[in-house]
Ligand binder design. Structure first.
Ligand code: XMP
Length: 312
C-alpha cells in the first residue's frame, strides 16, 4: 500500500520537474480527476488549468459540489457550460454507441478549444493503473466506448503527464483521505445521464431523470449511512415504456423507471443489491408521488455479467 505523504511529495516533484509551460486537465468530479486537480494546484498553482465541462447530463448539484472543492483547494479552474451544445449534438440519436461517441467527440471539441485558449502544452491525465492495464487487452472498451479513457491525447498534440498511473483504486482513496478530500464519491459515467435514458435524449427527459436520480441517491444514503456498507452504485434509468396506472381516481398512462443498485469492488463484475422490501416500497412510493409523469418503478435484479452496470 502506498504511503500517502511520500506519494504526494513525489507527485508534486514530478509535476514541477516535467511542466515547462502550461498544463491543463479535465476534471469530471470523480475521485481520480479530483485528486489530480488538487495535486496539480498544489504543485503548479495557476500554471495548470482544471476544466470542468458541464455537459448538461450531470446530476443535481454536481457542478456546485465540484466547484466547492475547487474553491476549497484554491484550484485554478474554469467551468464550461456546454449543455446546449451537447443537447444539440445528441438530437435524434438513439443508438447507445453513437450516443457515447457523440458525447466523447463533443467533449474533446470543447476541451480542445479551452486548451488552445489557455495556451496549454501539457495534458495532465488521471489515468490509474487499472485503466492502462485493461486497455492492453481491453474487454471493457470493446463492450462500450468509454469516452474519458483515451481519446484526448492522440488528437491534441500535447505532452502527457499521468501522475496517478501506478495507483489502484484503494490507494486513490487513501491519498484522497490524507488530503481531506471526500473519499466516498459514487462512480458516475462520463456520458452521464445520457446512458441512463433509453432512446432519444431530450431536455425534459434529462430533467425528469435528474429528479428521480436525486430521490434514489437520498434514499440510499439514508438507508446506508456508511458508504462502505451500502451499494457501490445506485441510480435510476428512464425506460421508453409507458404503462397504465391510477393517479388519484383517474387513469394515467405514464413513464417507467428502473432502479439499479450494484454491489461490487471494482465495477468489473457485481451482483445486484438486496435491500429490504420496505426500502424498495418507500422508494417507489416517493418516486411516483413526487414525479407525476412516472407511474411505474421496477427494480433491476440482474448481475454483471450478464448485464453491464449501466443500461447503455
Ligand atoms: P458498465 O456499464 O460497463 O460500467 O458495467 C462499469 C463501470 O464503469 C462506469 N462507466 C463509465 N465510466 N466513462 C466512465 O468513466 C464511461 O463512459 C463509462 N461507462 C460506464 C459505470 O458507471 C460503472 O461504474
Amino acid at each position: 500500500m502506498v504511503n500517502a505523504e511520500s506519494f504526494v511529495r513525489e507527485a508534486k516533484e514530478e509535476i514541477q520537474n516535467s511542466l515547462k509551460g502550461r498544463g491543463i486537465l479535465a476534471c469530471s468530479g470523480g475521485q481520480d480527476s479530483t485528486l489530480l486537480a488538487v495535486l496539480s494546484g498544489m504543485s503548479a498553482g495557476d500554471r495548470i488549468l482544471t476544466v470542468f465541462v458541464d455537459t448538461g447530463l450531470l446530476r443535481k448539484g454536481e457542478t456546485r459540489r465540484v466547484e466547492e472543492i475547487f474553491r476549497k483547494y484554491s484550484i485554478n479552474y474554469r467551468i464550461i457550460d456546454a449543455s446546449e451544445r451537447f443537447l444539440n449534438a445528441l438530437a435524434g440519436i438513439t443508438d447507445p454507441e453513437q450516443k457515447r461517441k457523440t458525447i466523447g467527440r463533443t467533449f474533446i471539441e470543447v476541451f480542445e478549444e479551452v486548451a488552445k485558449d489557455y495556451g496549454a502544452d501539457t495534458l495532465l491525465q488521471g489515468t490509474i493503473a487499472p485503466d492502462w492495464i485493461e486497455s492492453g487487452g481491453s474487454v471493457r472498451d470493446v463492450i462500450k466506448s468509454h469516452h474519458n479513457v483515451g481519446g484526448l491525447p492522440e488528437k491534441m498534440n500535447l505532452k502527457i503527464l499521468e501522475p496517478l498511473r501506478d495507483l489502484y483504486k484503494d490507494e486513490i482513496r487513501v491519498i484522497s483521505e490524507f488530503l481531506g478530500l471526500p473519499n466516498d464519491i459514487q462512480p458516475f459515467p462520463g456520458p452521464g445521464l445520457a446512458v441512463r435514458i433509453i432512446g432519444e435524449i431530450t431536455k425534459e427527459k434529462i430533467n425528469l431523470l435528474r429528479e428521480v436520480t436525486d430521490i434514489v441517491e437520498r434514499n440510499v444514503k439514508t438507508e446506508y449511512p456508511e458508504r462502505q456498507n451500502g451499494p457501490w452504485q445506485f441510480f435510476a434509468v428512464l425506460l421508453p415504456v409507458k404503462s397504465t396506472g391510477i393517479h388519484g381516481d383517474m387513469r394515467s398512462y405514464g413513464l417507467t423507471v428502473a432502479v439499479r443498485m450494484i454491489d461490487t469492488t471494482d465495477g468489473m463484475s457485481g451482483t445486484f443489491t438486496k435491500p429490504s422490501w420496505e426500502f424498495l416500497e418507500n422508494l417507489s412510493t416517493e418516486i411516483t408521488n413526487e414525479i407525476r409523469d412516472v407511474n411505474r418503478v421496477v427494480y433491476d435484479i440482474t448481475n454483471k455479467p450478464p448485464a453491464t452496470i449501466e443500461w447503455e
